[in-house]
Design a binder for this molecule. Structure first.
Ligand SMILES: [Zn+2]
Length: 411
């Protein structure tokens, strides 16, 4: 077993994912065109940030779930392939078992078609309903002051369904009257951190955060993790959100869905939050190391991001701290995970990082899972660090309070 650590910043309330297969069958595969405007799943590259603030907005802040409380449109339970298609058709609403999407304190489902026996469960309307449900839950929790809409940040890992789901999540949030701040490619710890960061220029702190990820699961899966400044949501909260989502989903109307599309495009903001997050991380390590600008000078660290979201760690965290990161691999996001599964508990993945460390004669190797909330490390001899030493290492990286120099003890 690899020495895996659940990155401490999100350790509480999180549960390691398990493979869960869903047997839901939509019953209208032959008529997928009837799902327009939701049939445009494509392989889109995730938003990688790049500009500090690409913001535009207009006021939609006075809306609080109005459309979901209006007409209930019950669709026939049988669709025929020769049925007249409408670009505003309400998606099939009868057979979604929302409760099966719960996986502990996460939501998980199938987001990409094409794998036999694994029909898509995380459709765009399902996603929109879940995001609207989270928004309603959050509004209740935070006892909203109507003059100031709550803000929810949305980020995603490198999966090929990321962009489509990010758009659907944004529509769900906007339709509930909350502000949406998209981060694009992000890590799970960063999403939680966005509820704590004090930086108005980057619209922080946000009131809630949604990470779109299925962690280490195969490319066709995806899911959601939710955060407030109190941490990750627990099982009971997720159940509550899914129950709300059922009602919202069943109340969808053609007009409502089109309206939420408009609202999202009008109210959306994009922020390169990972720049703030990584520079804060770098500052924290410098401080912890006794205010040394480059505490990792002369230290060679190889990173393996497995084509997940963790590639930033080499260039944006380790290099500014003085580390040599040459030999780092699979840093480019690729949602098909062509090299190995981004999972520190996977044997092939651990072999890849071990080899990279030995070939590059590095001092340390770090491997992340897809959304960067789990990692493992190997030392210069290719030995995996045991859990305690690794937790000590990660704690030192993310916790400002840790004052002692930690890399000296790894040598
Ligand atoms: Zn993960």
């Amino acid at each position: 077993m690899a020495a895996t650590v659940l990155n401490v910043i999100v350790a509480k309330n999180r549960q390691l994912g398990t493979n869960e297969y869903y047997s839901y069958q939509s019953g209208r595969d032959c008529c997928s065109a009837a799902a327009a405007p939701y049939n445009h799943h494509r392989n889109l590259l995730p938003f990688h940030g790049g500009k500090t603030l690409l913001a535009w907005r207009s006021g939609i802040s006075s809306m609080h779930l109005p459309k979901y409380q209006t007409a209930f449109v019950k669709r026939p339970s049988i669709y025929y392939c020769n049925a007249a298609l409408s670009t505003t058709a309400v998606p099939y609403i009868d057979k979604v078992d929302f409760m099966k999407l719960q996986n502990g304190s996460d939501i998980r489902g199938v987001a990409v078609p094409g794998v036999e026996g694994e029909p898509v469960t995380l459709t765009e309307p399902v996603t929109e309903a879940i995001a609207a449900a989270f928004s309603a839950w959050l509004s209740e929790k935070k006892k909203v002051d109507a003059s100031k809409p709550l803000k929810v940040s949305v980020g995603h890992d490198s999966r090929i369904s990321a962009q489509v789901l990010q758009d659907a999540v944004s529509r769900g949030i906007a339709s509930a009257g909350l502000d949406v701040v998209q981060y694009g490619l992000a890590s799970t710890p960063a999403m939680f951190n966005s509820t704590l960061t004090e930086d108005e220029a980057f619209l922080c702190p946000v009131d809630g955060a949604i990470m779109i990820t299925a962690s280490h699961l195969p490319y066709n899966r995806n899911g959601f993790k939710f955060f407030t400044n109190a941490g990750g949501l627990g099982k009971a909260d997720i159940k509550n959100i899914l129950e709300r989502a059922v009602d919202i989903y069943n109340s969808f109307t053609d007009e409502g869905l089109m309206k939420s599309k408009r609202e999202a495009s009008e109210s959306l903001k994009r922020v390169d939050y990972m720049t703030v997050y990584t520079s804060d991380l770098v500052k924290a390590v410098r401080k912890a190391a006794g205010n040394i600008e480059k505490p990792l000078e002369g230290f060679h660290v190889v990173v393996d991001a497995g084509n997940g979201a963790g590639g930033f760690f080499a260039e944006k965290v380790l290099q500014p701290l003085g580390a040599n990161t040459s030999g780092s691999q699979f840093l480019e996001p690729d949602g098909m995970f062509p090299n190995h599964i981004p999972n520190p508990e996977d044997k092939t993945a651990m072999k890849a990082i071990t080899q990279a460390v030995l070939e590059n004669k590095a001092d340390l190797g770090i491997i992340f899972d897809t959304d960067v909330d789990r990692s493992a490390a190997v030392d210069s001899t290719g030995r995996e660090f045991n859990r305690n030493r690794l937790i000590a290492l990660m704690s030192a990286i993310v916790l400002e309070e840790v004052r002692s120099s930690y890399f000296c003890c790894l040598k």
